[in-house]
Design a protein around this ligand. Sequence first.
Ligand code: PEP
Ligand code: MN
Length: 335
Amino acid sequence: MRGDASPEQVNAVESRIKEMGFETALTSGELQTIVAVRGDTKGDGRLDGLGDMAGVESLLRVQKPYKEASREFHPSNTVVDVGGVKIGGNRVVMMVGPCAVESREQLMATADAVKASGFSILRGGAFKPRTSPYSFQGMAIEGLRLLAEAREKTGLKIVTEVMSEADVQDVAAYADILQIGARTMHTFRLLERVAETGKPVLLKRGFHATIKEWLLAAEYILKIGNPNVILCERGIRSFDGEFARNVLDLTAIQIAKKESHLPVIADPSHGTGVREFVVPMARAAIAAGADGLIIESHPNPAEALSDGPQSIPTAEIPDLAKEMQTIAAAVGRTL
Ligand code: PEP
Ligand code: MN
């Protein structure tokens, strides 16, 4: 809409779009209001008439395959509000906790350390996607209950993975953010069921997924009408797995932010798989523009039932906080 378009003119455009059977999404900026048309508009000539309506500046067709995820559709940054914790704003949001919930003692010790460092989100897997069916698969519902207990105790928000459609309702009943893992990024029916909960979704990039495929996975969630998607770069598989588990694709952070309006966080734990590389790559990710980090920590990594080699001891969380604060400040952000 033109800068001087009246609210009535904006309303009239919205009504016309709805009459045609589409939904609208409004972005009101300081200089401009954008009325986005949601739905499959390809080849629909009726929309061309919108360009002639009073107050309309121009009619743009979004050419990107990931329409609702694209910057064209929503030029300003999306800020996902997780019960008051804002992801995608100036503050870099830290999500720290164990790879897997293993016991009350382990989880509470970690949650206390996360809280004490001023972080606001606790991570912890209850349903674990393990490469081997013989590995620890997670505590399932009991793990979710412990996460909820940790939230009660500390006020931290909870992020945890949902692996299967069958578990969506259970996980949504306990979690503040539903995590889609790298292995299920392409499980489109799961994405849709998770989207329907309306809860914020942390969408990890598949380790074999292109950035375009990742944004199209986000599109599956947005298309259902859930705008609360947080993208997570967690490393991709390359030819050299000898020294690090994955290649943390730092450029992808900037590409995803350029192509899309969604917040982008990074996971230097799975991105490297090696404890000593986690903090250096966490620094790099914040410097590269990440809106947050998700990091694995365990009171005693040597005894962890999963991902011990990449977990930082909870005793080192205060140092992590200091390090991240320094880098965040250097790029004009808070922690
Ligand atoms: C995790 O966060 O514990 C996890 C399994 O991550 P990813 O899906 O990125 O491997
Ligand atoms: Mn893990």
